[in-house]
Design a protein. Structure first.
Length: 128
């Protein structure tokens, strides 16, 4: 397993706010509107892969490449990065908690595996 940079300054979040965040971050029909939303979505995806134990060196490299490109191209400052990290972690944590005992297994087989593959594909294309 590989570790992704720790997220600092996590605060509690109401369940209602968490569901709104999950909807905003992971809704397939809603494309990210801002660079900050895109960064939040990418961090959410790696958090899901992490909850599912699917982060290896390839996933970590793909995540870092995508994250760094978003930050560089979007001219995002440190406070915005911290906000995106916190919002993504809260959304992934709320989604994981919402699954109940054993319910996360299907989440990992679907969204978790899709997220890991997404980052592996980025890593593979960076190596070409």
């Amino acid at each position: 397993m590989c570790s992704i940079e720790p997220i600092r300054g996590i605060r509690t979040l109401s369940l209602q706010a968490a569901f709104l965040l999950i909807f905003q971050v992971s809704s397939a029909s809603a494309e990210p509107v801002t660079t900050l939303e895109l960064l939040t979505q990418i961090v959410y995806r790696v958090e899901v892969a992490s909850y599912c134990g699917l982060v290896d060196e390839s996933v970590a490299r793909g995540f870092r490449a995508r994250r760094d490109a978003i930050i560089e191209n979007g001219n995002i400052n440190d406070n915005e990065i911290e906000k995106a990290n916190a919002n993504a972690w809260k959304a992934a944590n709320a989604e994981w908690q919402n699954r109940g005992l054993g319910g996360f297994k299907n989440w990992c087989r679907t969204e978790g595996l899709e997220s890991a593959r997404y980052f592996k594909d980025i890593d593979d294309s960076e190596g070409d």
